[in-house]
Design a protein around this ligand. Structure first.
Ligand SMILES: *[C@@H]1O[C@H](CO)[C@@H](O)[C@H](O)[C@H]1NC(C)=O
Ligand SMILES: *[C@@H]1O[C@H](CO)[C@@H](O)[C@H](O)[C@H]1NC(C)=O
Ligand SMILES: *[C@@H]1O[C@H](CO)[C@@H](O)[C@H](O)[C@H]1NC(C)=O
Ligand SMILES: *[C@@H]1O[C@H](CO)[C@@H](O)[C@H](O)[C@H]1NC(C)=O
Length: 341
């Protein structure tokens, strides 16, 4: 009798576990099905945008598009074309959200664009500004302005102005709109600048290895060149203007300062920039993520460890103290942007 009872108990228990399992799996399935394109966003976001975004999700979840929407470029939209420069390393979860989303966003706004993901392959610390200089060189022939675009920032407001900034750089993710940063000279996140102006300031400094401050140095360069940063003036969605994609794996920021990094990066860099941004091109691939195209470019950056030893990761610091310095040999000719006809 006792035995029968326990078999019965076991059966009941199994049924419960099975039912829970099915429920969980279904729930998980529907979650993952909506995850990439219709991201779970705060309810506070204006209804209109949520609707238009789920509409987009439906589209990109469907069969490959038969129209030419997938190219993100149509010369009848505009005479100008935007190079979306995404400095990148080890954030694939964010990239698979970013590319389809931003491609749909720009296509709906009829912003001609091409996405350049610049992947840092060397063993130095991450260098966002240097990667942007490289991305600019690569987009130069095809695009006449760039957006330096953080991969974790998705514009939700369709009224944001991404058009050609003829008068000066345009800071899309302005203080007050950016979900995190809010100080008057902040120009990080998303900044538009035309090719002419970016060349005029010699791009960004290549000395900012590790996280942060490179955009503050850029601000000084712009100021010195007499360029005024313009910002949105009719956006009323505040901190809900962008979705900040939070990484599930919590990656610590590499914001330590090593050697004389703090003093060497606290004032304007008059030596390095676009003209000295040499790199090795390892490979390029044309990706399509959920129907959205992007160029994925693997590059290796250069570091002179005598001048900027803080490019080394801590485990490589012993290289500096050695008498035989490891100095990368420069390319024969600076890879400067080719001139347009
Ligand atoms: C898409 O572009 C191709 C050429 O790239 C062209 O042959 C085709 O007709 C276009 N399709 C549409 C629907 O415009
Ligand atoms: C380009 O855009 C125009 C106007 O929006 C549209 O009529 C045309 O079909 C588009 N061409 C392609 C190839 O998508
Ligand atoms: C704000 O500017 C954009 C263009 O940048 C425009 O499309 C929009 O209608 C303007 N007004 C509002 C209320 O967003
Ligand atoms: C968008 O920005 C461009 C250049 O920054 C400017 O010329 C244009 O007037 C702006 N459009 C609107 C609607 O504000």
């Amino acid at each position: 009798m006792a035995r029968k009872l326990s078999i019965l108990k076991c059966l009941i228990l199994c049924c419960i576990v099975y039912a829970l399992g099915v429920t969980f799996m279904l729930g998980f399935y529907s979650l993952s099905a909506v995850n990439i394109n219709s991201c779970p966003c705060p309810e506070t976001i204006i209804n209109k945008h949520v609707q238009s975004r789920s509409h987009l999700a439906d589209q990109s979840a469907a069969e490959p598009r038969k129209d030419n929407f997938s190219k993100g470029d149509n010369t009848s939209w505009d005479q100008h074309k935007l190079g979306v420069i995404v400095p990148f390393r080890d954030r694939i979860e964010e990239l698979v959200q970013f590319v389809p989303y931003i491609h749909s966003y720009f296509s709906r706004k009829k912003v001609r664009h091409k996405i350049y993901v610049i992947n840092q392959m060397d063993n130095f610390r991450f260098n966002r500004a240097y990667l942007i200089n490289v991305g600019f060189q690569l987009s130069y022939n095809e695009c006449d302005y760039i957006a330096m675009h953080d991969v974790d920032l998705l514009p939700l407001n369709m009224n944001l102005n991404y058009s050609y900034p003829d008068k000066g750089p345009f800071h899309v993710s302005a203080p007050g709109l950016h979900p995190v940063y809010n100080y008057p000279t902040f120009i990080g996140g998303i900044l538009l600048i035309n090719n002419k102006h970016f060349e005029m300031i010699n791009g960004m400094s290549n000395r900012y290895w590790g996280w942060g401050r490179e955009d503050d140095e850029l601000h000084v360069r712009l100021k010195k060149a007499g360029l005024t940063v313009l910002r949105p003036n009719n956006i009323t969605t505040g901190k809900q203007t962008f979705k900040h994609v939070h990484n599930t794996r919590n990656k610590p920021r590499d914001n330590k300062r090593y050697f004389d990094q703090s003093s060497k990066t606290s004032r304007m860099d008059r030596e390095t920039g676009l003209k000295t941004a040499k790199y090795d091109m390892i490979s390029t691939s044309s990706l399509v993520i959920d129907g959205a195209p992007a160029e994925f470019i693997n590059v290796k950056l250069y570091c002179d460890i005598q001048k900027t030893p803080w490019c080394l990761k801590p485990q490589d610091h012993h290289l500096v103290s050695k008498s035989t310095m490891v100095v990368p040999k420069p390319l024969p000719q600076g890879k400067e942007p080719p001139k347009k006809d």
